[in-house]
Design a protein around this ligand. Structure first.
Ligand SMILES: [Zn+2]
Length: 369
């Protein structure tokens, strides 16, 4: 069945992207000749969270492991600071001002979300890296890329910092793709083990973003129930896929292969972004799922394969992941899979897919496997 059978889905014939040479039916992105890009910035080390799992050592460990491997063929680039206009397209000015004030005085937003004087610059560059990644992808400069900065962003709501997150990095980047770069549809796959409540809330009523999240359930932050499919014009464009603790590669891959990919194929995004958290790894101290580094490579191969099929670029933005060894191995596996491509591992749909198929299939009839 096609998306035209789905009341909430846009008809495929409406695909008329005209933005530059970056993507669209001219296949501009396929002609990208540059290497994949990795965005970083030293300010990520200046966001001082004290004794906290979301700490500067995450970036130090990533930088050390990746630089030893010559960045896996990625070209390192300095992430610029996000401009005020891009931030204000998602966050009210009061929130931007609140983040600045909290950072100046090193005041925490809550127990999870401390700040320091260096956090302001770190937060601006973490968002700016995601925006620069989107620009590079849509310009056809690179076929894929990774924004490897902190603090993460997917828990930050438009007017609320929480869950280690100050600004909604990937949401600001997606909004930039739509408002400034003319993308009509953006897929955000959030494979962090926690529900991306910020991204979810920001695009809850927005059909221009298809937000699909796989997350341990029940778990922090408590949002992301299967039945919450978005609202208003955005109904159907939120796909929440809760998984029980202990879920492993087969369960996660089945949801990617048999739910996210078929829905995304019908949606036909101009751009694919991944909220790439690595805390579903079995060694992560904050969660109880059982992925391995290679599991993230398999998910990334599905993303790359979908991107190739649709002729659109795909990039990843770092979210969580708190065991340093698991984090570095998983990021490397993801980067390699995104840049090399290849045939993704396929699995049987299994009981989790059966459990979600009726709900998600209401909006995306191809879902179900
Ligand atoms: Zn997380």
């Amino acid at each position: 069945m096609s998306a035209q059978n789905s009341p909430a889905a846009p008809a495929p014939t409406t695909v008329t992207s005209t933005v530059g040479a970056g993507f669209g039916t001219d296949g501009g992105y396929r002609n990208a000749i540059g290497p994949p890009l990795i965005f970083r910035h030293p300010s990520s080390l200046e966001h001082d969270t004290g004794a906290h799992p979301e700490r500067a050592d995450r970036i130090r460990a990533l930088d050390a492991a990746l630089s030893e491997q010559d960045w896996l063929g990625y070209e390192p680039r300095a992430a610029p600071a996000a401009g005020e206009e891009a931030l204000l397209a998602v966050h009210p000015r009061a929130h931007v001002d609140a983040v600045r004030r909290h950072c100046e005085t090193g005041t925490a937003f809550d127990l999870d979300t401390p700040t320091s004087p260096g956090s302001w610059n770190a937060a601006l560059h973490a968002t700016g890296g995601a925006i620069a990644l989107v620009d590079a992808l849509l310009d056809g400069e690179a076929p894929t890329g990774f924004s490897a900065l902190r603090p993460p962003g997917h828990h930050a709501e438009a007017d609320r910092a929480m869950g280690f997150c100050l600004f909604a990095n990937i949401s600001v980047a997606a909004r930039h793709a739509i408002d400034v770069r003319g993308a009509e549809r953006v897929l955000i796959l959030d494979w962090d083990v926690h529900h991306g409540n910020g991204t979810h809330a920001i695009f809850h009523s927005a059909p221009e973003v298809l937000f699909a999240s796989i997350h341990q359930w029940p778990f922090y932050p408590g949002t992301g129930a299967l039945g919450d499919a978005g609202s208003g014009a955005g109904e159907g464009f939120t796909i929440n896929l809760p998984v029980p603790r202990g879920s492993g590669e087969d369960e996660w891959l089945a949801l990617v292969e048999h739910v996210v990919v078929p829905a995304a194929r019908s949606y036909r995004p101009d751009l694919i972004l991944v909220s790439a958290g690595f805390d579903a790894h079995r060694d992560d101290p904050l969660a109880e799922c059982n992925l391995e580094a290679v599991s993230f490579a398999h998910m990334a191969l599905h993303v790359r394969s979908l991107a190739d099929e649709l002729g659109v670029p795909a990039g990843a933005v770092l979210e969580g992941g708190y065991d340093l060894e698991a984090l570095t191995a998983s990021v490397a596996a993801t980067m390699e899979a995104l840049s090399s491509g290849g045939v993704p591992r396929t699995v049987e749909p299994g009981p989790l897919v059966t459990a979600v198929a009726e709900q998600v299939g209401r909006y995306w009839p191809d879902v179900g496997g």
